[in-house]
Design a protein around this ligand. Structure first.
Ligand SMILES: Nc1nc2c(ncn2[C@@H]2O[C@H](COP(=O)(O)OP(=O)(O)OP(=O)(O)O)[C@@H](O)[C@H]2O)c(=O)[nH]1
Length: 315
């Protein structure tokens, strides 16, 4: 997969390998600070799922952005779990520690003007060897900008950050500036991926993530984050037309009968909406006609069962 001379997005100029830069960037922070939003904005296309509900990112997701001579390879980490210690949370914490061990740069994301015990716990994972940028996100929600200077000073004393970037992941100019700031921290080496590749995750994985996103969006706070989605079948069918055709069967796994009723909704209305919205989004993402079949199953206590976790791919 090593790149020969490649063409960066937005340029007609081939970039010779000896002039290329490429490296891994981990986006780390406590739940709900905007990591997924930031990664999607940095990559320029929606890859990871976002939702108002905390804990919606479980997997390490790689997003890729190639700009000029530089290929930025992003690792999104799950929200660091500080409260519970079930098998699921232990495996999430391991994913965070693993994700930051071998990267070139860490983006430590917090909400601008705030620093809680949970942020401190995530920060305590960094041993100081890897350059770390403080991303003070959600700047648009800070009404008194004057209070930010003393806060930034305080942050300076907590850790040796290489840069401080107050910004909003929802502001494209801020996102472009952050990319420029990251660039010098990536080593000079040949790109790992083609310039137009956005993720190395499979379509099967994206299908599960999309159903999960709709599930949490449409159930609000009613459903615990331990509910998950398993893809039972993912088949490409030879289409009669020029358009691709993909047939997907997926199971939403919940912990209790009551949760199953929530997912299904009155006369099956909610499950139907989850399916329709997921299908429409997948058709856009895959540029294909998608048939999506959804099931709901109860698996009591699955989040506490390490063996079962492995079978769902969380190890
Ligand atoms: N106002 C504002 N809201 C933001 C910004 N960035 C993210 N958000 C919102 O914050 C919420 C959480 O964003 P996510 O990107 O899902 O957060 P996350 O850190 O990936 O969350 P977990 O998956 O729980 O770890 C969403 O409602 C976003 O729309 C920002 O710059 N400004």
């Amino acid at each position: 997969m090593l790149a020969a001379a490649g063409r960066a997005a937005g340029t007609d100029q081939a970039v010779p390998p000896e002039q290329q830069r490429c490296g891994l960037i981990a986006i780390v922070g406590k739940p709900n600070v905007g990591k997924s939003t930031l990664m999607n904005a940095l990559v320029g296309q929606k890859i990871s799922i976002t939702s108002r509900k905390a804990q919606t990112t479980r997997h390490r997701i790689t997003g890729i952005r190639t700009e000029g001579d530089t290929q930025f390879v992003f690792v999104d980490t799950p929200g660091f779990q500080t409260q519970h210690s079930t098998a699921l949370n232990k495996s999430l914490n391991k994913a965070v520690t693993g994700a930051i061990a071998d990267v070139d740069l860490i983006l430590f994301v917090v909400e601008a003007g705030s620093f809680s015990l949970k942020d401190a716990k995530v920060l305590s994972l960094f041993d100081g060897r890897i350059p770390t940028i403080l991303v003070a996100n959600k700047l648009d929600t800070v009404h008194r900008r004057s209070e930010l200077a003393p806060w930034l000073k305080g942050m300076q004393q907590r850790h040796t950050f290489v840069e401080f970037v107050p910004m909003s992941a929802k502001n494209p100019k801020d996102v472009a500036r952050l990319l420029d700031i990251c660039k010098p921290y990536l080593p000079e080496q040949a790109w790992w991926y083609e310039a137009d590749e956005l993720t190395d995750r499979s379509e099967r994985f994206l299908a599960a993530e999309t159903v999960r996103e709709k599930l949490f969006r449409l159930t609000g706070d009613e459903l615990p984050y331990t509910s998950t989605v398993v893809i039972d079948a993912f088949k490409e069918e030879p289409g009669r037309t020029a358009k691709r055709m993909v047939r997907i069967a997926a199971t939403i796994v919940v912990e209790r009968d009551g949760h199953k009723a929530i997912v299904i909704g009155d006369k099956g209305e909610r499950l139907k909406r989850i399916g329709t919205e997921a299908r429409q989004e997948l058709e856009r993402q895959f540029d294909a006609k998608v048939f999506l079949e959804l099931w709901v199953k109860v698996r009591s206590g699955w989040s506490d069962d390490a063996a079962r976790l492995r079978s769902y791919g969380y190890e």
